[in-house]
Design a protein around this ligand. Structure first.
Ligand code: SF4
Length: 497
């Protein structure tokens, strides 16, 4: 406890220290950005957050701006401790250094031991997120009435799958936005200079900065979400709107993944709002509150633990033998080149903001890569670099497991492949598109609809043992013109859609 604490750039909140006045080491390593092409706003966010933390701590922090971690660590002459970092490679790195005391990870709800005890529990055949989530809720007494879930049901998901409102508008105010300061200005100038010098290369547009970089900003965003959007969060959380990219989402994931907020703190704050609203006789909709709690102490925590649980080779899983490269138009976030209204809109938002919510990620971007057989590890890397909240631990389980089904079904019971009809139902994109979601052949055949059938045909044998795919595969047998669809999509490949 008396040691200086090295805090990585995603360990910036007070919960990574043992006491508020503990001496801190912060390292800004330019080598991190030199290796790969990140979204410009992601690089900005991480650097800005680190520099803001250094400024806030003042003399309490040693702040090293160096090329590599080793340069800074070799200079330290006092005992140094670190909370276990969040990736396999950085964890290997800290464990290799004899001068570091490595503590348990922080910033997640369940500890590694708690997850292992749950995963190895008696009779547990599958590691279902739903079971883990309930365990987490029980252990932390969140939205519980004694031993029972508040409202009598654990899962209110079926209330949260509504299509978007038909007038394309949600009755919520614009989210609160942070204001940039002189630290942001310096970060912007440095990134511009490094890029001009050819040391780094970025993708995506520059600012303005949209996500919190300090604890104060993170708390402000949390409060804004609780005040203005928590109650409306649930019903349309899986819907997409061309004219509203934020919808009712909390926009908190970048802050919590930087370590500025503790996930349990978010969950307790949401529960408190719910309990206060009940006491005041005007209850917030439980499906909205439960939906938010599920995202944080269900999905986020589950993805973190499966990253470690399935081992360091999890990232290399490729059960569907997908080997295509990420096409240039996708890598470059070139929405202008894309005709497909859904893909163009999502890619444009990503270029502009470095963020889109979970359904465009899963059902447009991930669905496209799955259908086209793009290499899952290359997609994992692309998601990691292109999103402001993307980290290795976030993306391996989400992309390899959830979205690309490359783990053969360890995480999801069936592939998240869907045709244009799904996108049409859950968005307002198709009306303005040059493709027709009902068509699978011809000039205006929707690439998602045709791609869906071509995907099933290509993976027919691999998916046949999966009971949940039986109906889809039977549909394939009845499909007229299947051969032409397959040939059409083979020719289309990963050409821009
Ligand atoms: Fe996307 Fe197909 Fe709909 Fe066009 S028709 S917006 S490509 S789903």
């Amino acid at each position: 406890p008396g040691t200086r604490r090295w805090c990585f750039a995603d360990q910036l909140g007070p919960h990574f220290l043992d006491r508020p006045d503990q001496p801190v080491l912060l390292i800004e390593s330019r080598a991190v950005f030199a290796r790969r092409r990140f979204h410009r706003q992601k690089a900005h966010l991480v650097l800005s957050a680190l520099r803001h933390r250094a400024a806030e701590l003042g003399d309490q922090a040693e702040f090293a701006q160096v090329h590599t971690y080793a340069e800074a660590l070799d200079r330290v002459r006092e005992p140094l401790s670190v909370c276990a970092p969040t990736t396999w490679s950085s964890r290997d790195y800290v464990l290799r250094r004899p001068d570091l005391t490595v503590l348990a990870a922080r910033g997640f709800v369940a500890t590694q031991d708690e997850f292992t005890a749950w995963a190895e529990g008696r009779g547990r055949r599958r590691l279902l997120m739903e079971d883990f989530y309930r365990d987490n809720r029980r252990r932390h007494d969140v939205l519980m009435d004694g031993a029972e879930p508040v409202g009598g049901r654990w899962n209110l998901d079926h209330d949260n799958r509504e299509p978007p409102p038909s007038d394309g508008r949600l009755d919520v105010p614009e989210p609160w936005w942070p204001e940039e300061d002189e630290i942001d200005e310096r970060v912007r100038a440095d990134l511009g200079r490094w890029e001009a010098d050819g040391d780094v290369a970025f993708v995506g547009d520059d600012g303005p900065r949209l996500f919190p970089v300090t604890r104060e900003e993170a708390l402000r965003r949390l409060r804004d979400f609780l005040d203005t959007r928590l109650g409306a969060f649930g019903p349309h959380e899986d819907a997409m709107l061309a004219g509203d990219r934020w919808m009712t989402h909390s926009l908190l994931s970048p802050a919590v993944n930087l370590g500025l907020l503790d996930p349990l703190e978010e969950v307790h704050a949401a529960e408190q709002r719910y309990r206060d609203s009940v006491a005041e006789g005007d209850p917030l909709p439980l499906n909205s509150v439960e939906g938010f709690v599920r995202q944080v102490m269900g999905w986020r925590d589950y993805i973190w633990h499966t990253y470690w649980h399935f081992g360091r080779d999890f990232r290399h899983a490729n059960a569907l033998a997908a080997r295509e490269e990420v096409p240039d138009w996708l890598a470059d976030l070139d929405d202008g080149a894309v005709d497909a209204a859904c893909m163009s809109d999502v890619l444009g938002d990503l270029r502009r903001d470095g963020w889109v919510h979970h359904i465009p990620r899963l059902m447009v971007l991930g669905n496209y890569a799955l259908q086209r057989g793009i290499d899952p590890l290359a997609m994992t890397d692309w998601f990691h670099r292109s999103f402001v909240d993307g980290y290795d631990w976030v993306m391996v389980a989400n992309v390899v497991g959830m979205s690309q089904h490359a783990d053969g079904g360890l995480l999801a019971t069936k592939p998240y492949a869907a045709g244009g009809a799904y996108i049409d139902r859950m968005s307002d994109y198709c009306g303005g598109c040059r493709y027709d979601p009902r068509k699978r052949l011809g000039e205006d055949a929707c690439p998602f609809t045709a791609g869906y059938w071509a995907f099933l045909e290509r993976n027919r044998e691999r998916l046949a043992p999966n009971q949940r795919m039986r109906r889809a595969l039977q549909g394939l047998d009845r499909l007229k013109g299947l051969e032409e669809v397959v040939e059409q999509e083979r020719l289309r490949g990963t050409e821009v859609i």
